[in-house]
Design a protein around this ligand. Structure first.
Ligand code: HAM
Length: 418
């Protein structure tokens, strides 16, 4: 039987992978410019991190996690997102000791057992960026600005930033009660999942994508009427800050996000070119995530961009991914006697930092030259060249040839490639 990859996962092959490097490098540069440092974190964590951190009544924890028991009988989960792990790592490594903050980012695969469709995979990739240990609204503005800056640098068009406030543990209970009261009048219209969540976490109903639930949710009480003074002022400050920076946004009172850890600011950046799975970035403030996993109080804000979706949109919009890396030089051996020398020269070029290839499969000179068609230059080596310590350098663009001595070759090529 021919083996196939499991449903919902994909191979990112050479035709695509260079585009991924481009996107990640642009994002990495932007995040460095804003003072964030890269970290590499584990792909699996104790299941409890997510059940306590992300929330028991979220789709992610209830239905979508890849959870298994390891050989030591511990419950392990492939990370469905990076924020909880980031906070865990910061606490464990004391990165926010004595009230200091930490600005961290990571890139890597996340795992959710969702129904696969365009832009939605079971293994997908995020650039995740977190500012841990910061309470003021100016930090929320900066994090939204950074997310927007990444998209500006990538050239994405047709985006919309959507923001909301989801309140805090002080004011949310009031809103919760208002929601329960309201939704109780529409029990016959809600789906089973929403009914199940009505008492446990009615905020989740606002997030339901089913049309009937959505229609009911549209008429739900407005969270702004329940926000405490602190949350209201925070939200106003975020809006003022975005306006100061000229970042356009819309307010969506139903934006509650699919994770329970958010407090105050929640936001998403949506693409008009993606269909149903239109969020290219999601984030917000999560002041109590650290407390919920047993750590000290650590107000924080962050976001994650979906790299799979960014690439989809960029391809759709015909945006540039820079130049696909390719060999600059192809070393061709005129006959068998020159093959050894050709490999030595290729090695020397590579050691000098020049991307070079040569044939290692005893191909004819003709097919070597054909392969050289992809490079900028061909270095041709035959018995005469070897005897005279020269190389015939052929410019593949115009076919012109020059003979260059061995010891000048590298400088000559470097100069030409500038
Ligand atoms: P999220 O909204 O669940 O947030 O995911 C962030 C982004 O990851 C989405 O906007 C989307 O672009 C991408 N994404 C999510 N699920 C999939 C999927 N199945 N297939 C392809 N792409 C997907 C979080 O994960 C939070 N941890 C973000 C955050 C960071 N909040 C604060 N800090």
């Amino acid at each position: 039987m021919e083996m196939k990859a499991p449903r919902g996962v994909r191979d990112i092959l050479p035709d695509e992978s260079w585009k991924w490097s481009y996107v990640i490098n642009i994002a990495a540069k932007a995040m460095a410019d804003y003072g964030f440092s890269e970290v590499h974190l584990p792909i699996f964590e104790h299941t409890e991190l997510f059940s306590r951190g992300v929330g028991e009544t979220t789709d992610i924890v209830e239905k979508e996690m890849y959870t298994f028991e390891d050989k030591g009988g511990r419950s392990i989960t492939l990370r469905p997102e990076a924020t909880a792990g980031m906070v865990r790592a910061a606490l464990e490594n004391n990165l926010c000791a004595q009230g200091s903050d930490a600005k961290l980012w990571c890139f890597g695969p996340m795992f959710r057992h969702e129904r696969p469709q365009k832009g939605r995979y079971r293994q997908f990739y995020q650039v995740d960026c977190e500012h841990l240990g910061c309470a003021g609204a100016a930090n929320d503005v900066e994090i939204i600005d950074l997310a927007a800056e990444i998209f500006r640098r990538l050239g994405l068009k047709n985006l919309e930033a959507v923001i909301n406030s989801v309140g805090c543990p002080k004011c949310r209970p009031v809103y919760r009660e208002a929601l329960i009261k309201y939704f109780n009048n529409y029990k016959d219209k809600l789906c089973e999942t929403c009914l199940d969540r009505l008492d446990r976490n009615p905020l989740r109903i606002l997030d339901c994508k089913k049309p009937d639930c959505g229609a009911v949710a549209d008429g739900a009480p407005d969270i702004y009427n329940s926000l405490c003074d602190e949350c209201r002022e925070h939200f106003e400050e975020v809006k003022r800050g975005l306006e100061r920076l000229g970042i356009a946004y819309k307010i969506n009172k139903r934006l509650v996000r699919g994770l329970d850890y958010y407090t105050k600011t929640a936001f998403e950046i949506l693409s008009g070119d993606l269909g149903a799975q239109n969020a290219v970035c999601g984030g917000g403030r999560y002041d109590n995530l650290s407390d919920s996993i047993g750590g000290p109080h650590l107000p924080s804000v962050g976001f994650a961009c979906g790299v799979d979706r960014i690439i989809l949109v960029m391809e759709q919009q015909g945006l540039s991914f820079g130049e696909r890396p390719k060999a600059k030089v192809y070393v061709a051996a005129l006959d068998n006697s020159a093959r050894g020398e050709a490999q030595i020269l290729t090695h020397k070029l590579r050691s000098a930092g020049i991307a070079a290839q040569c044939d290692t499969e005893n191909k004819s000179f003709k097919s070597q030259l054909k392969a050289a068609g992809n490079a900028k230059f061909a270095c041709i080596l035959g018995p005469d060249e070897i005897k005279n310590k020269v190389v015939t350098l052929k410019d593949m663009a115009d076919g012109s040839q020059v003979s260059i001595s061995d010891n000048e070759l590298i400088d000559y090529i470097k100069d030409k490639l500038k």
